[in-house]
Each structure stands twice: as C-alpha cells, then as structure tokens.
Design a protein around this ligand. Structure first.
Ligand code: GLA
Length: 678
C-alpha cells in the first residue's frame, strides 16, 4: 500500500460531486463483485461506503482478523478508480460479542434488554463495548488508512438509531458522573430541577436514576438525560474518530446523521462541529403528502449545521420505496433523479444511496438498491445510471453554496425534546409539524429559508420565524429580540419561549421569553381535542392548540377567536417596535391562516421569490463568481422559465428554459449564446 494522498484544500472525498452508495460485498459471492464494478463504472459511481456491517466478517472470532476479502475488494475498487468511504463496523456487533457480553445490550425505560439480532445493539456508555469497538476500529484504520483508495472514514452508522437511549445500570452510573460535572453540587441540581415537587429532593448524586418507567417524570431530569444520551453517543463518535486520526492525522472523518422527518435522537449542531464532512441520511415518509418540501426542509437545515464547512453530503437515500412502514410508497418515474437533485440544489455535494445492490436475504431484503432485484432492465437502474452520468457532467457545481437567505426559521432538537416529552396539557405534540407548516408557505413561493439554531448569528435575517420553540435560554431570547430592535421581523408561534434551558416555566404569562417583545401574552392554555377546530374572525381555523390571550394587548390584533370559550379574545397579534415588528400566533392555525400571515411578512419585508411559479421549485447555488439555478418541476405539465444561461442537463444555452413535467433543469446563469455545449 502506498502513502496517503495529500489532503485536499476542501476536505472532500471525491473530485466534483460524489455519487454511489453503501457497498456490502460480503453479502455476495466474489463472482458478483466484478459485475458490480463494471456496473459502478457504467453508472459513474465515484465512491462507495464499505464495511458498515462487516464486523462479523472481518473478525469471525474474538481477536481473529481476516482481511483477505476486504483487501481484495479494496484493490478492485482502486483499480477501477472508485474511492472508498471506509466505515468502522461498529453499528453491527458480531453475535459472538453479544454471547460473550450480553450486558452491552441497551435496556429500555422498563429495563428490558434489547435482543441481539438488530443493529446498534450496544449501550453507548458501556466500557466493554467501547474497548471492543475501538479495537476493531484500530485494526481497520491501521490497515487501510494508508491505502490511496480510502478517501474518507465513516464512523459507525446512524449513531443513536436503535441505541439512542439506554437506561441500564452502566448508563445510570455514567449519567450520575455527567450530572456531577454539570452541577458540581447536588443542591444546585435540586434547585435547577425543582426537585421539591413530589418531594424528590436528592441528598447525593448516587440517588439519581435515569427516567425509567412512568412518563410522569421530572421534565428537567428527562431533558438532562436526553442531553447526556446525546453526549454519550457523541463520545463514541469522537473515540472512533480519534483512533482513525491516530492512524492518519489527515483522515477526512464523517458519520451519517439522521436529519429527516423524525428528529428525535441527538443534538446534531454540536456533532457537526466534530466531523470534517457533515453527512445525512434522508428517507421520506410514505405518509408525507409533500415529500419534496421535506427534502427542502432537511437541506435548509443540513447546510446550516456547520455552514463554515461548505457543502454537505447526502450519504444515504432510497431509490424507491422503503420497507419500514406499513405501506411504503414507491418513487414515481423520475422521482429518484428529482429527489437527488433536490438535495444537491440545497447544498449537498453528492447523492449516495442505501445500498448498491438489493440483498436477496436479511431484514431489509425488500429494500431496493441501485441495482434492484429485477436487475439492470429496470426503471431504477436506468434512472440510477442517468443520474450518475449527469452528476459527472455537472461537477463544476461542487464547492458552490446556497447563499444566505433573508428568512430564518429557528429549529433546535433540545427544544424539541422539551416539547415532546412528559406530561403536557396536550400529549402527542410533534416537533416537526409546525416548523414544516411555516416553512412550506415560503417554500411554495420560492422564498429561501435557512433553518438555524436560536443561537445562530441572526444579523443578516430580516424575518425570523420561531415555531413551537418551547425551550429558549435568556441569551437566545435576547438574540431573537435583537432582530426586531434593528428593524427586522420576528414571528413567534404558540408553545414557544415557555421554559428556560432547564425546562423551568417562565412565570407571569406566556410566552415568558418573548412577552415584552410581542407586546402581548397569554394567561392560560386551551388545548383542543383531536378533530376539534376553532374559528378565527379572519376565517382561519385553529386546531390542536389555542390560548386565552390577555385583552387589550399593546400589539395590534390581527385576528380574534370567533367561537368557543375564547370568543372575542386576541388570537394573532403584531407589535410594531423600533421600526421592526413582532408577531404572536397563539394557536395552531391552518394553512389558510399561515399563508395569509406569510403573505403579509413577504409584503412588509419586501422579500422576493427566486422565481414566481407554483409548479417549479427554484433554488440557487453560487460561489467563486459562478451561479447555478436549479429548477425542479414537481407538476405534470411542462413549464417555461424565463432565465438566461446555459442549461447543464441538456447543454443548451438560451434566454429561457423549458422544464418538462417531473424533470430538473440546472441553469449556469449569465451565458446567452444559443449554442449547445458538447
Ligand atoms: C438507514 C441505514 C441503512 C439502511 C437504510 C434503509 O439509513 O443506515 O443501513 O437500513 O436505513 O432502511
């Protein structure tokens, strides 16, 4: 093996855009490997993630490593110029490890251990697992870090997906140590958590337990346990990363996040700082009526997790239906390509899939790969090849970024934990729903939005939307208020600013963190039953949540409740202040209401769409004097867009571009020659 290649200026594993997927050759006889490689070359694959589930293959018995097959496949990939994103196999502990150490299996809140046989069957705090996982990581890293085909390292797989929370005794002890470090004295913990309620006053950290059993727990304890659990998983990421860096200090290290419709496990903004390439796995939900917007929302968030790192990587998505839901919707013709380019439009420098070849067996045997069960005479394969070849042709886009938007939408996993856990006036609140509903109104109008944390530098934003951000610190509340004080607009929805960072309710009226800013407040929550609606005098309907707002607010009243016990009370307010404005929306209002409010925000703040078109999603990427306009036609009719430049899918330059139904066009703006590029 030769010396490692020099670290590129921008830490990225491939030239141009990355294209490929998880490659699990151990599932196949070696005769298939050569066909795989030919097909990869045909499709333009330039990187594969290798070895995610290979632990049981490379270490059949404790300490007995056999790298022959890996050596061979690494060599074959290298010969064909395909780079390797080498995965540590720690997501899949081998059966012998569970037989030897069943105590590493995570335990649920009722202390029932997970059975072996799934994935991520390990407690993130287990020192036994840590030792074994670092042992295999060290062997792997020392062997393959010098190999020129290894372009990136992929720590484990979807950390937290299966072992996000472990309540075992080992976790409990680690949690107590974490609390000792955070609070130093048990009195501080008692005060911060408000343990006088139900007489839970602790006299020693050793008396604290994870929030096992009942849902009726101290929310501050639950929240700290969530933070602790995220930190423990991050600890595994850092430990494996550091072992890889011992073998190669210049290694590009990543791990695949799960920023998607189910946002629940870890605190990704903190994790993003620790990886060289921020990468995501994104699977749309079959129940989602607007999957294109889900892709947009996750991309608007992904590129802002660590914006200073530039483009992010779509590490996994699907070529068609999944298998994890009761009914799994297949992708319509062209949707595979449109989805991939949807992620790339929002700042991904590549699109990879799970997995290269569909497995005939195993738990995910019906999960379609890039080479589906039906083989190459298939829609999936033809679209895969078309996509790979296209990404090869549009590599010039790599390195450009989505310009900063004028609208920010605040999103924070920790606030989401506080919202969704524990006893609330209404149970089953979903943190993703309301942020997506407000994002949709901008997305449909092609007005760019950055999804950022409440601690982000908000200086450049003219409109900041704060949807159901239940938990907010004083510092972050001041950060948000400063937008209005310099003439910008803030819109706060119900269930925002209710608690501080310790999940303690802010007293004196809701939303405590923003009362003064809003010039309005509520005194009592009026949650609605499933299916119940309340009419507002604007014709909008509230569902799920309403509030008894105080009468005669300093703010102007935009909408009143028109029915039910809150009739005549303010529902939506707007407070002009220091040249800016601060809105409060006290109810979960319907689409009509959100659209009407967003239309006013757009008009009042002179926001301009990238393109006015109900059918075509338009997103711009730019940098180094280049600018690319992505046009994604989600409708079933062709649309002509009056934009000048060279269109990179067809190679044709002109003053307008036709985007056929279901297709994507990408215009390199600023060229008007009317010629075809070879
Ligand atoms: C996740 C995992 C993959 C695979 C896919 C499809 O993204 O990382 O290993 O299980 O889901 O279900």
């Amino acid at each position: 093996m030769s010396a490692s290649s020099p670290r590129p200026a921008r830490p990225w594993p491939t030239p141009g855009l990355s294209f490929g997927g998880d490659y699990n050759p151990e599932q196949w006889p070696s005769e298939v490997w050569r066909e795989d490689l030919d097909l990869m070359v045909e499709a333009g694959v330039n990187i594969v993630t290798l070895g995610v589930f290979s632990w049981a293959t490379v270490e059949r018995r404790p300490g007995e490593f056999d790298w022959a097959a890996t050596d061979e496949i690494v060599g074959l990939l290298h010969e064909r110029g395909i780079r390797i994103d080498m995965a540590t196999p720690t997501a899949a502990p081998p059966p012998w490890l569970h037989a030897l150490h069943p105590e590493i299996l995570p335990r649920d809140r009722d202390l029932i251990p997970q059975f072996p046989g799934a994935r991520l069957g390990w407690c993130p705090s287990s020192p036994v697992f840590r030792d074994h996982s670092l042992r295999v990581t060290r062997e792997l890293a020392q062997r393959y870090a010098p190999h020129p085909a290894v372009a990136m390292w992929h720590v484990s797989n979807e950390l937290g997906g299966g072992n996000g929370r472990c309540y075992c005794e080992v976790s409990a002890a680690a949690f107590r140590d974490w609390l000792r470090r955070r609070y130093a004295s048990v009195d501080v913990l008692n005060h911060t958590w408000g343990t006088a309620f139900w007489g839970h006053i602790y006299s020693d950290f050793d008396e604290v337990n994870p929030p096992r059993g009942s849902e009726a727990q101290n929310p501050a304890l639950v929240l700290d346990f969530d933070r602790f659990s995220s930190d423990e998983l991050l600890g595994q990421l850092l430990a494996e990363r550091d072992v890889i860096r011992e073998a190669d200090p210049d290694a590009i290290v990543t791990t695949n996040f799960m920023v998607g419709p189910a946002h629940d496990v870890v605190d990704y903004p903190r994790w993003a700082a620790e990886v060289d390439v921020v990468a995501n796995d994104h699977y749309t939900l079959p129940t989602d009526p607007l999957t294109a917007q889900d892709i947009a929302f996750s991309g608007d968030r992904m590129r802002n997790l660590a914006p200073e790192k530039g483009p992010w990587l779509l590490m996994e998505h699907s070529t068609s239906h999944g298998t994890w839901h009761p009914v799994n919707r297949a992708k319509a013709p062209r949707e595979l390509i449109r989805n991939s380019l949807g992620h790339i439009a929002r700042g991904a420098d590549g699109a990879l899939f799970f997995q290269w070849r569909s497995s005939p067996s195993g738990a995910e045997q019906y999960f379609p790969g890039m080479v589906p069960h039906s083989g190459t005479d298939s829609k999936i394969w033809r679209e895969t090849v078309e996509l790979g070849q296209l990404l090869g042709r549009i590599g010039e886009i790599a390195g450009t970024t989505v310009p900063r938007a004028r609208v920010a939408l605040l999103f924070d996993d920790i606030a989401g934990w506080a919202l969704t856990r524990g006893l609330k006036p209404r149970h089953g609140l979903d943190y993703g729903r309301i942020p997506r509903a407000w994002h949709r109104a901008f997305w449909e109008r092609n007005i760019p939005v950055d999804v950022v944390g409440p601690w982000a530098d908000l200086a450049g934003y003219e409109v900041v939307v704060v949807p159901t951000l239940l938990l907010v610190s004083d510092a972050d509340a001041a950060n948000i208020a400063s937008v209005v004080d310099r003439g910008g607009c803030v819109l706060v929805t119900h269930l925002s600013g209710i608690v501080d960072e310790n999940d303690r309710v802010r007293l004196g009226g809701f939303p405590g963190a923003f009362r003064e800013l809003l010039g309005a407040s509520s005194e009592e929550f009026f949650p609605l039953r499933d299916g119940e609606t309340v009419l507002l005098d604007t014709g909008w309907l509230a569902t799920e949540w309403t509030e008894l707002m105080r009468e005669d607010p300093a703010a102007e009243v935009v909408a009143h409740y028109a029915a039910g016990p809150l009739r005549g009370r303010p529902a939506v307010t707007r407070n002009p202040r220091n040249g800016g404005s601060a809105w409060y929306v006290s109810a979960s209002i319907d689409r009509l209401g959100i659209d009407a409010v967003v239309a006013r925000l757009i008009a009042e703040n002179a926001l301009r769409p990238i393109l006015e078109s109900p059918e075509v999603e338009a997103v711009r990427r730019s940098g180094d004097g280049r600018s690319y306009l992505f046009l994604l036609n989600h409708s079933d009719r062709d649309v002509e867009v009056p934009v000048g430049g060279r269109e990179l899918v067809t190679g044709i330059a002109g003053a307008a571009v036709t985007v056929p139904a279901g297709e994507v066009r990408i215009v390199r703006e600023g060229e008007r020659t009317g010629t075809r590029e070879s």
